[in-house]
Design a protein around this ligand. Structure first.
Ligand SMILES: NC(=O)c1ccc[n+]([C@@H]2O[C@H](COP(=O)([O-])OP(=O)(O)OC[C@H]3O[C@@H](n4cnc5c(N)ncnc54)[C@H](OP(=O)(O)O)[C@@H]3O)[C@@H](O)[C@H]2O)c1
Length: 332
């Protein structure tokens, strides 16, 4: 297909310093240059999409813009032949949905180097049920495993546990045999977090600011998805030699800590980036989720929405009220 195609996209415009998203009809000629044109079936909702849609210039510099930092669908044009026309692909990260029009449109055009083959046996929908959040949860857990984390070492904490990244991290760690302590600000999510496999659910006050420089070790390892003060408090509670993987900033980008967890207990702080890493690292995580790491509860509990529901769903992210995985289905 080389002709122009009209399609629908949820487009954000700036009006007098305010940002508003609405459905618009665009043409494939409006898309940026790139080797691969993809008909997008599904995208997933991420905190970064909420930042983009609300005009955060650290994420998206200029508007109008179509957010959507991930997408899954079928290749309809391919200048290089790889991936092939007709193949199913996943695109996450790099510049998608930031300053390149993203998955909240029915078509995207991207470099071939951004495309991963959808694992055999997966539909595009399954790929986006995991989405960028699942990829990030997988990378966070992989970092702990690479550092030698083992269930017999003790409890593993997950902060922001009810969120998109946190909920998949809880299910995956539980599946791998870890004793998972879910840390959540949502009292009404205790049952659902236990259902995902958490053995214990504690409130966010477990990571409230404490003036003491170090605290009793409570966790062998942790996946932190929130950053800020909770991460600083988590580091004080990790047992000797343990690790904390860190991917998020919903509680703030600042990290005010001391060197004490590092020099007294040998704690490891592991950064997680799902955006710019080599494609092969992303592919390895997708293939694990399609086999040994399958998370059936996350797959079953994901919520599907249409473009008309995006505004409300993205606002919930910014208020910290979003829970679990939300998938944009372009057919709704
Ligand atoms: N490094 C990467 O490549 C990468 C990739 C994807 C996402 N991220 C980042 O990871 C973070 C989580 O993303 P997500 O998609 O899971 O977001 P999300 O669905 O909004 O989940 C974040 C969770 O954090 C908790 N939370 C919200 N505000 C908080 C606050 N002020 N203090 C403490 N906890 C708070 C809430 O869980 P509870 O109510 O259960 O506490 C919320 O559900 C975001 O910062 C996102 O930008 C990074």
């Amino acid at each position: 297909m080389t002709s122009e195609t009209q399609f629908k996209a949820w487009r954000v415009e700036e009006q007098d310093g305010a940002y508003k998203g609405a459905e618009q009809t665009l043409s494939t000629r409006d898309l940026p240059p790139g080797e691969v044109l993809i008909k997008v079936s599904y995208s997933s909702l991420n905190y970064k999409d909420a930042l983009s849609a609300s005009g955060n210039k650290g994420v998206t510099r200029s508007f109008p813009h179509t957010p959507g930092i991930d997408a899954a669908g079928e290749v309809v044009e391919s200048a290089t032949g790889t991936p092939a026309v007709g193949s199913q692909v996943i695109v996450t990260g790099y510049d998608l949905g930031m300053n390149t029009d993203g998955g909240f449109g029915e078509y995207i055009r991207v470099p071939s180097a951004w495309c991963v083959s959808t694992p055999a046996g997966w539909e595009s929908e399954t790929a986006m049920v995991y989405g960028t959040a699942g990829l990030t949860a997988g990378l966070s857990v992989q970092k702990l495993l690479t550092m030698g984390a083992k269930p017999e070492q003790g409890k593993v904490a997950v902060s922001g546990a009810s969120g998109a990244v946190g909920s998949i991290a809880v299910e995956l760690l539980a599946k791998l045999g870890f004793d998972v302590v879910a840390i959540s600000g949502k009292a009404d999510h205790v049952a659902s977090l236990k259902e995902l496999g958490a053995t214990e659910v504690v409130g966010r006050d477990a990571l409230a600011e404490d003036k003491k420089p170090m605290l009793k070790p409570a966790f062998a390892n942790a996946v932190d998805t929130v950053g800020g003060t909770p991460l600083a408090e988590l580091l004080k509670q990790i047992q000797p030699g343990g690790s904390v993987s860190c991917c998020g900033l919903v509680a703030g980008p600042q990290l005010q800590t001391t060197v004490l967890p590092f020099i007294l207990r040998g704690v490891n702080l592991l950064g997680v980036d799902s955006v710019e890493i080599p494609l092969a690292e992303k592919e390895a995580v997708w293939n694990r989720f399609a086999s040994a790491w399958k998370c059936p509860k996350a797959e079953a509990s994901a919520k599907q929405i249409g473009r008309a529901d995006l505004d409300e769903a993205l606002k919930a992210f910014l208020k910290g009220e979003s829970a679990g995985k939300i998938v944009l289905d372009h057919a709704i």
